[in-house]
Write a protein that binds this ligand. Structure first.
Ligand code: P6P
Length: 338
């Protein structure tokens, strides 16, 4: 396959959008730039003095690793400079960042929700971590001050979403609503190159990913489903394999490629679920559904949830469509307790 860079691909696909004037293309390229800069630091975290904790706490009450802060700064820097984005909702900031006050971003048409470095508690363990982004268009395009209802749009209104996984290789995977494509960073030329065109998630699989340490806190239908995964039934390829990395981007990337299911259900500790809707679950749900999979939060499709706050949490069951449907069947009590 001839080498095709992310930049070339974005321009080529711009034709998919008859009214595109290149703003979204530039925005995606700005994100790619931030990803390359973050990748450089993540890859040498063990060496540079940016390992370890910055001492401050982010709004999640988690001690911020310096790389969290660094990654957040890179996205803000790249998006401010690019001028296409007028507002950023970041996991690292309690309030959103209104860029429209910057002259260059005043007419930015896009809102970006970002988890600059998800799974960062794994940084010191050399486990793969990731950045996750979600892009919306402003509902008004008159350069007026942005309102919260423009920011709090449901996931099915996303115009684009993606993630970067900093792993054994660094990949950027994204969708603009017309399929999912994956790009691998070639460090020798400093470019993301198309390596996984038109990604599709298998409609079933035999890997389930859940933090089983929460087992006793799960609702009964989840406990029943987990037992179902462990019961011997060669006809349905069970028992499944359990894989849980604790870094959502890494777990979802594996699920997208091999098929399988990832569950972070509501628990007694997190009755709304733990994971964040705007910059973890919505972008990953958009990608997985664009690749032919499914994502639900309780009985609702994750992408239809109407957000009410920037950092709200949700439960999520996401992955191969037939496996998610089996969980729905357990929810509806169609299965005997295993
Ligand atoms: P737990 C990382 O902190 C994160 O937000 C996701 O990347 C990951 O899937 C989840 O939390 C892990 O949570 O409670 O299983 O450690």
């Amino acid at each position: 396959m001839a080498l095709k860079t992310l930049g070339q691909f974005i321009i080529e696909k711009q034709a998919d959008f008859p009214y595109a004037k290149g703003e979204l293309s530039r925005l995606l390229r700005d994100i790619g730039i931030a990803a390359k800069v973050i990748n450089r630091e993540v890859n040498k975290a063990g060496l540079a003095d940016i390992l370890g904790e910055s001492g401050e706490q982010n709004i999640q009450g988690e001690v911020q690793k310096k790389l969290d802060v660094y990654a957040d700064e890179q996205f803000i820097e790249a998006l401010s400079r690019g001028g296409e984005c007028c507002y950023i909702a970041s996991e690292e900031h309690e309030d959103g960042i209104d860029l429209s006050v910057n002259l260059g971003c005043k007419n930015g048409k896009y809102i970006v929700c970002v988890d600059p470095l998800d799974g960062s508690s794994n940084i010191d363990l050399n486990v793969s971590v990731g950045s996750i982004f979600s892009i919306y268009r402003r509902s008004v395009q008159d350069g007026s001050e942005i309102s919260m209802e423009e920011v709090l749009q449901s996931g099915d209104k996303q115009v684009a979403a993606g993630y970067i996984i900093y792993g054994s290789s660094t990949m950027l995977v994204y969708t603009t609503g017309k399929g999912v494509n994956g790009f691998t960073l070639d460090p020798s030329i400093g470019e993301f190159c198309l390596s996984h065109p038109d990604m599709k998630i298998p409609d079933t699989g035999n890997i389930y990913a859940v933090n089983e340490g929460n087992y006793l806190k799960f609702p009964q239908y989840i406990k029943d489903y987990i037992k179902y995964c462990q019961v011997e039934d060669p006809a349905s390829n069970r028992p499944y394999t359990s894989r849980y990395i604790g870094s959502m981007v890494a777990d979802l990337h594996r699920t997208l490629i091999t098929g399988g299911i990832f569950l972070y259900p509501e628990t007694s500790q997190y009755p709304q679920g733990k994971l964040r809707l705007l910059y973890e679950c919505n972008p990953l749900a958009f990608i997985v559904e664009q690749a032919g999979g499914k994502a639900i939060s309780g009985r609702q499709s994750t992408l239809t949830i109407q957000p009410t706050s920037l950092h709200q949490r949700t439960s999520i069951v996401i992955g191969s469509v037939r496996m998610v449907e089996t969980v729905e069947a357990f929810m509806d009590g169609f299965y005997e307790t295993a």
